[in-house]
Design a protein around this ligand. Structure first.
Ligand code: SER
Length: 891
């Protein structure tokens, strides 16, 4: 029975019994105690706890779930999957044990022809919680299970909780006896491999507190109502109903596994290592595709890290299977989308975005791997040479810091190479780096000043009044001066100084808006030119500059004056940023959340989260819409309100930003509404023109738009126009025909390059007959060892090796080893035919021998292998070494 049919039957059964069928919630848990949904009941938690009124008394669902604790176990055992689906029926204060148990029994044992799952009654066993006589009684008296097949178990097995605070209660589990081939007699307490758990029925009755262990945790009290939460793993069910041995072999998963085997020319079921890799690939692709579909983007923390780890482990395992640098994630993502598409049609509609995210991660990781693996190999060699058994913390740190190797990848690769890693040393260095980064950030924003100086000033002067929303000049008083990090009473001409005024029109850099510039003049004739303004502590504004004339003194009356042109240009950029933010949200939806911005005079950049590139036509539409808002000249309006109200109004806020109780909201007509402390124009028409320059990636899942505003935007367009005129002139083509013309040129160029490639390859292959003729016979084996001319690329070397090999008749053993230097690094390729392999000749082994001599690594399969190194001067030695190795084998 197909997975999709199992789901359908389950839901239909419970729908017919008064349950509302609820679609799966997103894997991204709303529950703050959980990273990802890990059980079918998670979306219903508030109903069990009585925090929210359930809209229906009974429900049934197929919930997407992820468990990532035992990610390392995936594939090694056949019971662990990271992504899985839970079929469940739920009662919220409605029915209890007396109905739940017969429901489960009926569905499991009803013949398949009648809509059930057709389990043989005499193969079913159940467990109940120690003192749950009520459940045991129902099983025995109502259902008719003999007492010897009802076992009692303690807290660890038969009392279910989320392992975090939430609802909990005793449970009864239903097991299926797979038969004596799978293990010992004696029921689930004797052997959980032979007796497979298929369904767990939890009788939710209590609320669990924090802390404790799986078998001993605090119970806070009873729930408002007795409820039912059941969970049946779809994958496990499918394995039984499809008569396969494990969850990787069920319909939906095996398709992916099989495709991976096909792509990498490996075979499932032959050796454990290959099997583990294929299972990891299949499992992690399922998990990866489902996470991306739910809006998770690869990153270095939280859910993003879970996703990144999965995708990268899948890619690594593909390489272990022999994928080399070939990209298979696209094809496998495609298979995964198709395999799960019947149950999750949204995968099909969202396929383009899912591909973009996964392809980008593969690209990023492969390039990381390329550079990092060489460094890693060198570190392993050095460690082994020095007789150590553990990779130094500093080496792991360098791999992480410089080459982006996640620590768990280093751990995994080290363990494959038989080494441990000094994790403590690594963590120490990470901590040091973080401390350094913090110190740097502080130094950058606050000079070298001891932060306590600012604290004292703030205490002395109180909160500084910011006048700059309405004023560009102010009458103020100098309340503090800092020179070289120390508080002073006066500063003379030429001194770099930090000035604190009691009130100021100067905007301190913040919220993406750059600082104002300008000057401060005191009544006694001193002038300080201000180049930067920072707010090192909330409420304090510090002007940084140099005393140009006179001596500035604490207590002096002062006039502060900002550079109004610069401020206006910055304000224009800031208002434009809000408009583009609103436009992006409208076009891309909620997921386009602000991740940072910088508003400078005449231009701005805006960073936001997105799974993939924003298509050019979407950007063009946003630009168009924003410019329409300018033409319509909306009023810009700022006001203060409570955070709660701002939220209700739907004001956009930057994710993770901290705001006090009172917040400032800036509205531009009814197009944009955003929390913001920055300065803005009065009407949108003042922006003149906004030109988006384009969009790019600045890290996985984060995109950046850059744009020009006002006269800068106009000048840019004017320059572009001139450029097009020049091109049109040079190519003697009217403007509107330029794209076509350039297309033509590029196509012709590509065709010419292809022809060249073909000619070059033909030239390389032309020497095949000569190599065959020159083959040396060593004990009945034809041996061809040859150095190709420099510049021959690896592809051509491979083709030549295969060609030469094929020119010998089937029963004539042959080994071909070719070396060359395509660019600056040597490459070696070996090919052995079937008859050669029968005589124990292995291509991978000879490549290994040569590559070592070349100062590198490599290997591969017995029939064809490739490797390389860093020392082109050693090619002759390498080929000699191979020659010796071959003779040793057949001598
Ligand atoms: N919550 C229980 C489990 O996850 C039953 O759904 O096993």
């Amino acid at each position: 029975m197909e997975s999709a049919e199992i789901s359908r039957r389950f839901l239909r059964f419970f729908e017919e019994r008064g349950h509302t069928v609820v679609p799966s919630a997103s894997l991204i848990a709303e529950d703050p105690t959980l990273l990802l949904v890990n059980a079918g009941m998670v979306p219903f938690k508030p109903y069990f706890l009585g925090q929210r009124r359930p809209p229906y008394p009974r429900a049934a669902s197929v919930q997407k779930c992820m468990r990532t604790l035992d990610i390392d176990e995936v594939g090694r055992t056949t019971r662990h999957a990271s992504f899985f689906q839970m079929l469940g029926n739920f009662s919220f204060g409605d029915y209890f044990k007396a109905d739940a148990i017969p429901f489960a029994w009926e569905l499991l044992t009803k013949p398949e022809s009648e809509g059930g799952f057709g389990f043989a009654e005499d193969r079913m066993w159940v467990t109940v919680y120690l003192d749950d006589d009520e459940a045991a009684d129902i099983w025995h008296r109502v259902v008719g299970i003999p007492v010897e097949r009802i076992q009692r178990r303690g807290m660890a097995d038969n009392f279910w909780s989320m392992e975090v605070p939430g609802p909990c209660g005793p449970c009864t589990e239903i097991y299926y006896d797979r038969g004596p081939d799978y293990g010992r007699e004696g029921g689930p307490i004797a052997d959980e491999n032979r007796y497979l758990e298929v369904w767990n029925n939890v009788f939710m009755q209590f609320e669990r507190g924090a802390g404790g262990t799986k078998s001993d945790f605090p119970i806070l009290g009873e729930l408002p109502a007795k409820s039912v939460d059941t969970g049946m793993g779809l994958e496990r069910m499918a394995a039984i109903l499809q008569g396969v041995d494990n969850i990787y072999e069920i319909d939906t998963t095996y398709r992916i596994l099989d495709r991976a085997a096909d792509l990498t020319s490996s075979k499932y079921g032959r050796d454990h290592r290959t099997d583990v890799s294929l299972r990891v690939v299949a499992d992690h692709l399922r998990a990866g595709v489902m996470l991306v579909s739910d809006g998770v983007a690869p990153s270095n923390e939280g859910r993003g890290y879970v996703l990144r780890r999965m995708l990268r482990r899948a890619i690594r395992n593909l390489r272990l299977l022999g994928a080399g640098d070939d990209r298979y994630m696209h094809a496998l993502t495609d298979t995964t989308i198709k395999a799960l598409g019947e149950q999750y049609p949204e995968l099909g509609t969202d396929a383009a975005r899912i591909h973009t995210v996964i392809d980008a991660e593969e690209e990023a990781f492969l390039s990381t791997l390329r550079t990092g693996t060489a460094i890693f190999d060198a570190a392993v060699e050095e460690t082994k040479r020095a007789g150590r058994t553990s990779l130094a913390g500093a080496q792991a740190f360098q791999l992480h810091d410089t080459y982006g190797f996640p620590i768990d990848l280093t751990l995994e690769m080290a363990s494959e190479a038989g080494l441990a890693v000094d994790e403590e040393g690594f963590r120490g260095l990470m901590a040091e780096q973080r401390a350094r980064a913090r110190a740097d950030a502080l130094a950058k924003k606050t000079g070298n000043a001891d932060i306590s100086v600012f604290g004292q000033l703030l205490e002395l002067a109180g909160r500084i009044e910011f006048l700059g929303y309405d004023e560009s000049d102010s009458d103020s008083e100098v309340v503090g001066l800092i020179v070289d990090g120390a508080s002073v009473l006066a500063a003379g001409e030429g001194t770099a100084v930090e000035v604190v005024l009691n009130r100021t029109p100067f905007y301190a850099e913040g919220g993406g808006q750059l600082a104002d510039r300008g000057s401060i003049r005191t009544s006694d004739g001193a002038e300080v030119e201000i180049a930067d303004v920072q707010s090192p502590l909330a409420g304090l504004i510090v002007h940084r500059g140099v005393v140009r004339t006179g001596e500035v003194r604490v207590g002096a009356d002062a006039q502060a004056h900002i550079d109004v042109e610069r401020r206006r240009a910055i304000s224009r950029s800031h208002s434009a940023t809000h408009l583009v933010h609103a436009g992006l949200r409208r076009a891309l939806g909620e997921s386009a959340a602000q991740a940072g911005s910088e508003n400078s005079p005449g231009r701005f950049r805006f960073d936001f989260t997105a799974g993939g590139a924003v298509p050019v036509n979407v950007l063009r539409d946003i630009e168009d819409e924003v410019n329409e808002v300018l033409v319509n000249d909306h009023e810009v309006h700022a006001f203060h309100t409570s955070m709660k109200e701002a939220r209700q109004m739907g004001a956009l806020a930057m994710f993770g930003e901290k705001y006090g109780d009172q917040v400032r909201v800036v509205e531009i007509g009814d197009y944009s509404r955003e929390l913001c402390g920055g300065t803005h124009v009065a009407r949108s028409g003042q922006l003149g023109l906004v030109k988006l320059l384009g969009e790019s990636s600045i890290g996985t899942g984060v995109r950046r738009v850059e744009a020009l505003v006002g006269i800068d935007a106009f000048r840019f367009l004017a320059r572009e126009s001139v450029l097009v005129a020049q091109l049109s002139e040079q190519l003697k083509t009217p403007r509107e025909e330029l794209p076509e013309r350039i297309d033509g040129i590029v196509t012709r160029l590509k065709a010419t390059e292809r022809d060249l490639d073909r000619l070059r390859a033909a030239q390389v292959l032309a020497i095949a007959p000569e190599l065959v003729k020159g083959a040396e016979d060593v004990n009945g084996v034809a041996v061809v060892i040859h150095r190709a001319p420099d510049g021959t690329n690896a592809d051509d070397l491979r083709k030549l090796a295969v060609d030469v090999r094929s020119r010998f008749t089937g029963d004539h053993a042959v080994v071909v080893v070719l070396a060359g230097v395509p660019a600056d690094r040597p490459v070696v390729v070996a090919a052995v035919n079937e008859a050669g392999r029968r005589r124990s000749l292995k291509a991978g082994e000879f490549v290994g021998v040569a590559a070592r001599a070349l100062g590198g690594g490599g290997g591969g399969k017995d029939d064809l292998a490739q490797g390389g190194g860093t020392r082109p001067e050693a090619i002759k030695d390498a080929l000699d070494a191979v020659d010796k190795a071959i003779r040793l084998r057949i001598g």
